[in-house]
Ligand binder design. Structure first.
Ligand code: HEM
Length: 316
């Protein structure tokens, strides 16, 4: 019999019941099947783990971890410009297709998104963690909910702290989960307002918290003439490894986004950045706790949601 775990989210009156091995009787191979799909997709395309991790973040922050980000159609979350650079949908779809063959109507897309991100972290060298399952898929997905709930790189620390806190996440969680930027990539437009290039190609640093040599390197990769689809790796040294390099980069003034650099500039978070930069185990321990909280945000259980037959549309 599965153990029920009460998961408290930011709303004091809300207790959501997820459980370890929720599918132990109904679909014992569920986690294994998701895992294999993520493993094989990641082995042919090294950009997949980053995409899956960011997909979870954008799912959980808008309407809770309920796969609302996957729904297609006019005016859904997925159609919002803040979500157009998301990826990994096809991996979720292929895991779902396989699960529908072996365990029809049983495993939610919301659980697949959470498990896939968990596995993506492990496959890139991050900590292996157990997460509870039993999330139900939401029926609401609205583009107008995206902007107010997603962090932008231009956010001040106070704005980031407030948004995280509205999701039940602490200052520690903010520093820890930002460590996701140890993998994955970003479009030039996410950071090229931090420097300016004049007509002679001379660089002017607008954000002086950025290391000059790093800024030059970024400018080389993202000249004014760069295609809008051009991306650079978030962590230039170990782009595809989930490690504590992100924090070492921050200490070296090489945070890619303004919002990354802010974690080192701000007195409230600098010490934690330094600790993680020196001690990967401490980052991993913290990651395991914060990831559990992230994947539990406003989850839907029982009649609050459904198990979709296809992840991109609600059941009729
Ligand atoms: C704290 C504030 C955060 C801000 C402002 C932020 C912003 C961004 C931006 C602008 C990108 C680049 C998107 C692109 O241009 O394609 C990005 C990438 C990414 N973010 Fe964040 N993010 C934040 C926190 C998080 C969190 C909490 C997670 C996960 C738990 C996360 C996971 C990722 C990943 C994995 C990528 C790489 C995506 C890929 O390779 O396709 N981020 N983030």
């Amino acid at each position: 019999m599965a153990t029920i775990i009460p998961v408290f989210n930011h709303h004091p009156a809300s207790i959501y019941d997820l459980s370890w091995n929720f599918y132990s009787a109904s679909c014992p191979s569920a986690e294994f099947m998701v895992r294999n799909t993520v493993r094989s997709a990641s082995s042919t395309d090294s950009t997949i783990p980053g995409k899956l991790l960011r997909l979870l973040f954008h799912d959980c922050f808008v309407e809770g971890c309920d796969a609302s980000v996957l729904l297609q159609g006019n005016g859904t979350e997925r159609s919002d410009p803040a979500n157009t650079s998301l990826g990994g949908f096809s991996v979720i779809d292929s895991a779902k297709r396989e699960l529908e063959i072996f365990c029809p109507g049983t495993v939610s897309c919301a659980d697949i998104v959470a498990l896939a991100a968990r596995d993506a972290v492990e496959f890139t060298g991050g900590p292996a963690i157990q997460i509870p399952t039993g999330r139900r898929d939401g029926k609401v997905s609205s583009a107008s909910n995206v902007r107010p709930n997603i962090v932008d790189t231009s956010f001040t620390m106070d704005e980031m702290i407030n948004l995280f806190s509205s999701k039940g996440l602490s200052l520690d969680d903010l520093v820890t989960l930002s460590g996701s930027h140890t993998i994955g990539s970003a479009h030039c437009s996410a950071f090229n307002d931090r420097f300016e290039e004049d007509s002679q190609g001379k660089l002017t640093l607008i954000d002086t918290s950025l290391d000059g040599a790093y800024a030059k390197e970024l400018m080389k990769q993202c000249p004014a003439s760069a295609s809008p689809s051009k991306t650079v790796n978030n962590d230039p040294e170990t782009s595809f490894v989930f490690d504590n390099r992100y924090y070492q980069n921050l200490v070296a003034h090489k945070g890619l986004f303004q919002s990354d650099s802010a974690l080192f500039t701000d007195d409230r978070t600098r010490k934690q950045v330094e600790r993680f930069a020196e001690d990967q185990t401490s980052f991993f321990d913290s990651w395991s706790r914060s990831f559990l909280k992230l994947t539990s945000i406003e989850v839907k259980t029982n009649e609050e949601g459904e198990v979709r037959a296809s992840c991109s549309s609600t059941n009729a």
